[in-house]
Design a protein around this ligand. Sequence first.
Ligand code: ATP
Ligand code: MG
Length: 408
Amino acid sequence: MGDEHQRICLVHYHEIGLKGRNRANFENRLLKNIEGIVKGFPIVTVHRIAGRLCVFLREGTDRETALELTEALRILPGVARVSCGFKCERDLEEMGQVAVNALGECSQFETFKVQARRNHTDFETDSMQMNQIIGAALCEAFPDKKVRMKDPDVTVGVEVVQNAVYVYARSVRGIGGLPVGSSGRVMCLLSSGIDSPVALWRLARRGAECIGVHFSGRPQTADTSEYLVDDIAHVLEKSGCIARVYVVAFGDYQKEIMLKVPPSLRVIMYRRLMFKVAEELAKRERAGALVTGESLGQVASQTLDNIRATDASVDMPVFRPLIGTDKLEIIGEAQRLGTFEISSQDAPDCCTLFMPRNPETHARMADVLAAEALLPIEQWVTEIADDAEAHDYSCPSYKPRRHGGKVE
Ligand code: ATP
Ligand code: MG
């Protein structure tokens, strides 16, 4: 049923705060991101139409494929809503018929209403009249269903544009935010834990293109965490928000630190070196900030004093989008994002390696700097960044830089 009409997905976005040139950039960026993400689907084209983006599916595409596409679009940053329906001619009878088809594809509902709008007044029937005419066709086709104006189970949308009409009954909320690539680039410290993928996601949702850096305990530990991070990146890749992950074999450097630095300061030292390496890679990638999954007071290294001691190791701004978020909230977000299961697997990484029994919770800068002076930090940072392995993921907005770290 309904297969004679071309299927479409209308992508709605919020226009609040989009002014002038901003708006064109936003739309172009979102359009490109959509084109990148829908590559595996039977798509004819993607167009901007009357303040929406419309994805046209190939003739004869089935309902399941259209629903999968809706799901893929829904999770893209910048998408406020996705409506899945059909394109038809500007003919009231045909519009009524297509509305019947569209509503017929909704499995469980008791009440509905029609919400018609026209973007061109050259279509002589106004929206009130359209509501009535199409509503009547639906009442006739579904005699046991009721019309309800307030909170109906399904709203049948009818949008008349210049040369066509789009009719849909399925409409799902998108995740909102801004299209990836519209807010610059950030370097995210990505462990295989629960928090950092969520932190990355939050920045991506605000339009930042994200690059990860993962510090593995290799060669002092196995490389399990690297596989988990790769799995996490593949989940994030679905919404086009991660371009690349640098994997750093950090174990030998930690061992050096362990041998030369008092036990209480080791964790701070590891973290300062991690930040410095992340900053170096960020500069090479032209990223403007670092991002971590820290949350205040969660573990020993996340006290105010220690946050200050690690921040002081770099010049770049460090964003901690989860700083005031409770662990349970973070877990909920990780579950929705789809990374929780992966992050819950145990893997030794540099965090579990050479951990002192009593890490310092209130590091003094003087002690930290004195300890650091014993190590060839600058040389290490260059060496580690040079040796970092880059793994690429599909991120439509990203143009790889040739002189990033060592590219495989
Ligand atoms: P997560 O769940 O993100 O691992 P956590 O609660 O385990 O966080 P920490 O281990 O103190 O907390 O790490 C704090 C932050 O430091 C992480 O969110 C991440 O941004 C960064 N980080 C920690 N370990 C690594 C690592 N091995 N590679 C890259 N970044 C890391
Ligand atoms: Mg961790």
